[in-house]
Write a protein that binds this ligand. Structure first.
Ligand code: GSH
Length: 180
């Protein structure tokens, strides 16, 4: 597969940087930026701000890299693009020979489950933000807003219970919790 044509077990960095389309305000993009720092990939990834990105507008620069118009998105030098923050993180971790996604199946599923909880809370919070900040006030749906908030609160309770099992050296799950 062209995307993974490099040696995934290599510790060597690429010569040509890849480009991350990222917004400072995006918690999903922040997760990728933290991972880049943790993996020491700063010299391999160029970060580009695409300008305004909202569900109520088009950003042509971003749409070229991710047809879904969501940040973050990663543009590779071979013309292929990768999107969804988890997939970008997995790809970069592989590329750097990192261990932020554990190899051990048991630890891997634990890390991904924690990521999933925190990331789904982000999905809820970001859509809630769009509903309350972007949608015209007369079109807002209070019942939906209340239920989104309740889901996030249940998520926070669940995170609190899981705290004692967090890794002191952060893996993809802990990074996702931090961004949430
Ligand atoms: N599942 C995606 C979510 C990305 C996402 O929702 N990004 C927001 C910014 S925080 C976005 O691009 N929103 C624009 C839109 O909804 O059109 C990921 O993990 O990368």
């Amino acid at each position: 597969m062209a995307l993974l044509s490099f040696n995934t077990h290599s510790k060597h960095k690429r010569d040509t940087p890849v480009k991350l389309i990222s917004l400072n305000a995006s918690p999903f993009a922040r997760k990728v930026r933290i991972l880049i720092l943790e993996l020491g990939l700063q010299n391999s990834v160029v970060i580009q701000d695409p300008g305004a990105v909202t569900p109520a507008s088009n950003n042509e620069l971003l749409n070229k890299v991710n047809p879904l118009g969501l940040v973050p998105a990663l543009e590779l030098e071979n013309g292929e693009n990768i999107y969804d923050s988890l997939i970008i993180c997995d790809y970069l971790n592989h590329f750097a020979g990192g261990l932020l996604f554990p190899n051990d199946p048991e630890q891997r599923i634990q890390a991904l489950a924690l990521h999933s909880l925190a990331n789904s809370m982000l999905d809820l919070a970001v859509s809630l933000r769009y509903e309350t900040a972007l949608r015209p006030a007369e079109l807002r749906w209070q019942t939906w807003i209340d239920h989104q908030k309740e889901k996030i609160e249940r998520g926070l309770d669940s995170l609190e219970k899981r705290c004692p099992s967090f890794n002191s050296s952060p893996l993809i799950g802990e990074i996702s919790v931090a961004c949430s």
